[in-house]
Design a protein around this ligand. Structure first.
Ligand SMILES: Cc1ncc(COP(=O)(O)O)c(C=O)c1O
Length: 401
């Protein structure tokens, strides 16, 4: 099956129930979680990044495996809380957090990853008040600080990361100033670090290079905090969140991420940093939910135009925006059509009135209206990242199997 979570017979069966459709295979998602868990040192906590795919079936599957959850909005917090996940298994991160979101995270007992002094100041005020849930919050509240690295990390993609100007976190060079300001707050205390340096990284040594840089930043932060709060450096931090970014292949020939190398490299990094006694967190989204998903859509029209053959589909970037955002197409196949069939190149267009509505180009068996196309690896950054409301077409069905 490779890049497709279901075999052709299953794909055709799912499509017969109605297209367009996203189908998520829970067994594949659970396998990804378990193999990653098994490869990592015990001191690493796994938090599924809900933004990759917030479907309730997937959240329940990861919850049952003991996953923590990385949330980035009130809506994501509410989805996770509705499953009965305790605050000790919820992290709350993201730029531009609003007061009501911070209040919800606080009430749930989530670990808050602040993006700057403003988040800390809001928390300080919330903790002083009688708001719902505040009574249970421990004081001073231990938060983590998101830091945007100055250097020493692999180049980021357009999606996230790198060392250029960033909307995320506090620039590394500004951390001493922030710690000095935060010292004046009595109800909140910086006690952790979050760094997210690159996305869709398939090369374990590059991920590890980024994590090494994060541990270097952590040491600098711990020294500052030890002096600000007059505590031993070993007690300054209890949580270092290394972010997500574990890649998955979108083409057959591309090698998968070497989990063994990642796990032993992380174990090595812990050994190199004996001063650090807390936990490490990884918050992968794509790695855990990407491979379990398939998007099924029918061909509506075939059109020849000036030497190019278009297959116009039921759904395009209204259901799968990622190819337009990143320039990287999802793998596609025509289920039930033999490898030996004659093939030709198609431009895969959606039904929207914009030339941006393209899912890529592919060499496929000859297509006719009504034929089904299956796009693999679409369990992460699929429908919820798309522009589903544009042109008011039907929304795709989503099903967990
Ligand atoms: C803070 C944070 N954590 C985790 C993730 C998940 O990243 P990935 O799906 O690349 O693992 C993201 C993605 O944008 C993120 O912003």
């Amino acid at each position: 099956m490779g890049l497709f979570a279901f075999d052709d017979a299953a794909l055709l069966g799912i499509a017969a129930e109605g297209t367009p459709c996203f189908a998520y295979r829970l067994e594949t998602a659970a396998r990804a979680w378990k193999s990653l868990r098994a490869a990592l040192p015990e001191r690493i906590r796994l938090a599924y990044a809900v933004k990759a795919n917030p479907h309730g079936g997937l959240l329940r599957a990861f919850a049952a495996l003991g996953s923590s959850f990385d949330c980035a909005s009130k809506g994501e917090l509410a989805r996770v809380a509705a499953l009965g996940i305790p605050g000790s298994r919820i992290l709350f991160a993201g730029p531009g957090k609003r007061r009501e979101e911070l209040a919800l995270a606080l009430g749930l007992g989530a670990r808050i990853e602040v993006d700057g002094i403003e988040d800390l100041q809001i928390l300080e005020v919330l903790l002083a008040g009688p708001g719902p849930g505040m009574a249970g919050a421990k004081s001073p509240l231990r938060d983590s600080l998101r830091v945007h690295p100055r250097g020493g990390i692999a180049e980021g993609s357009r999606i996230i990361g790198g060392t250029g100007p960033s909307a995320f976190g506090v620039d590394e060079e500004d951390v001493p100033r922030l710690v000095a300001e935060a010292k004046g707050l009595t109800r909140v205390r910086i006690a952790g670090l979050q760094v997210f340096a690159s996305s869709n990284e398939l090369h374990a040594p590059r991920l590890l290079e980024n994590h090494r840089a994060s541990l270097r930043i952590a040491r600098g932060l711990a020294d500052l905090l030890a002096s600000a709060y007059a505590c031993p450096v070993e007690e300054a931090l209890d949580c270092i969140d290394l972010g997500g970014g574990l890649g998955i292949p979108y083409e057959e020939e591309v090698a998968e991420l070497d989990l063994g190398a990642l796990g032993s490299g992380l174990q090595g990094l812990l050994g190199e940093n004996p001063w650090y006694r807390g936990e490490l967190v990884l918050e992968p989204g794509r790695y855990l939910s990407g491979p379990c998903g398939v998007y099924l859509t029918r061909v509506v029209r075939i059109k020849e135009s000036r030497g190019e053959t278009f297959a116009i589909l039921e759904g395009g970037i209204n259901h799968l925006l990622r190819p337009a955002l990143t320039g990287q197409a999802f793998p596609v196949r025509v289920p039930g059509r033999g490898e030996a069939e004659e093939k030709k190149p198609y431009t895969l267009a959606g039904p929207l009135c914009t030339s941006l509505d393209r899912l890529g180009t592919a060499v496929l068996s000859r297509l006719l209206p009504g034929d089904i196309l299956a796009f693999g690896q679409t369990g992460a950054y699929g429908f919820t990242e798309a522009m589903g409301l544009f042109l008011s077409h039907d929304l795709p069905r989503e099903t967990c199997l």
